[in-house]
Design a protein. Sequence first.
Length: 565
Amino acid sequence: MTMATPVAELARTSSRRWLLAALLFVLFRALPNLSYPIGRDQATYFVIGEGLLRGLRLYRDLWDIKPPGIYVLYSGLGRIFGQVMWSVGLVDILWMLAISYCIFRFTERFLGPPAAAVAVAVNAAWHCANGYVDAGQPECFIMLLVFAGYFLVSHTQQKGELTATTSNWQTARDLLAGVCLGAAFWLKYNALAFLPLLAVVPFLDWSGLDQQPRRWRLLISRRAWLGRVGEIIAGFLIVVVAVLGYFLLTGTWASFREGQLQVVPRYAMAPEMNPHFWAAATGSALLGLGLWTLAATGASLLIAERHDLSHLLPILAAAAMGFVSTASQLRFPPYAFETCYPFLAAVWGYLAWKAYQEVNRTAQQRPGQWRAKVLAGALLAVVAVGPLRAEVKEITERYRDLAWWRRDSADFFARYPAVHFVVENLEGQLQVIHALRGLSSRGDGLFVWGTAPLIYYLTGLRPPTRFAVTNHPLISPWAPAEWREELVQDLQKSPPAFLVVERGDQVPGISLTNLDSEQFLALYPRLSRFVSCSYDFMAEFRNFVVYRRKLPGTTEKCEDHLAGQ
């Protein structure tokens, strides 16, 4: 065992201080997230996760478009927290602390502790600015797994070399890194874009990029590298085969194949169905990345090209993988960029640190020129004042919201101060939930014709069909037409006590229609007839109409006619 040198110990102490400061800022920045509502996506994950705990089978008994990993994860979160609104916010705070630690350790390896601390702060600001829509999304958990895999593979890398380690331990770490990537794959298939971050980046000697001519080399022999890559891929395949085996052994392979291998490819056919897709996608991508961040990336390349490209290029390579992961979805919601944020934030950390170094160098060269020092500091302040001012305003507003939530959470959620409020119809959902809690009894069923799974989750009422959390597959051209018939048959077989129809919930980017759920009933006569035959109007709330099942003996003739259609 070797004793740490005073210089090494001093460096570790400095690193810990920067890390602690960064994490304290993240905690301060993220604390208001406790007031997040459960959004449509998170409610979907909770509802399906709760169904899995009851023994239902994914895709056969509970259908949604995403791979199985996120629902399994939320089944555990649902069991831990129960049916409480603040669960997503608390998970988001804990996740932010974990991902911030990962970002710091990753960035520190290439750019040092100060730049890593800036990267953590910038990533936290971006994530929080998107609000609850980004909280608890698959991309968030993907990045934790990707970082874990990277650290497992590169744990022996020090100062550009791979130190020797016990073969069995290294094999176990490489296999576990592959397992992490496999778990990320089952959260979202596009996580596979990060394979080079595990299989290539840790094994390259980047220092040759700062020499002329620029060169690349492996830190280990090609044979040893191929062996370790094989171990990573083996770990990945173990997880993939295990999950596929689960669907085969539980008799749900046909449902998995239909949903994930037949419908998902059609779901990705938006470019063929929307003539303006590429223009809209390009605009969304640029908006998500940010023009200033793109400019900063270009500027960082120009600066690094002189003498420290080896420090920046690994981070830019990881950012490129993140964008490939994002762009492969062909859709660009805000949370999709969580796979890019950690590395693009590191770019800002690089620029901030280089700016500080340049000011410091100028001051040292001209120790007597205090005016030059003041001018340089003023220039940096002017550049930073805009973002800092916006950040202070954002944090102040979020803490005001947190105080409002603590005073009266019902009033807070009814008038939730977020740009996504209209899409979620949160006020109407809470009104429906309150009404159904007062009128329903144990064993009553519920079906929501719309995109409001939070109603299921907070009332505990269960749907009689697998097409419950969203009606997008039933109103969209990318799903099988026979699913509409299946829905009506499910409802006829087990008619729920309550049925809810949503208004103003159209999402053309997904459903490829401008009609909301209520308007679409005119194009779905089988369901419209079932509602009119079997249900009476009960109440109307903001963007929701609630129906109650008619008394026995009053629907037979109508339902017989419906069954004969």
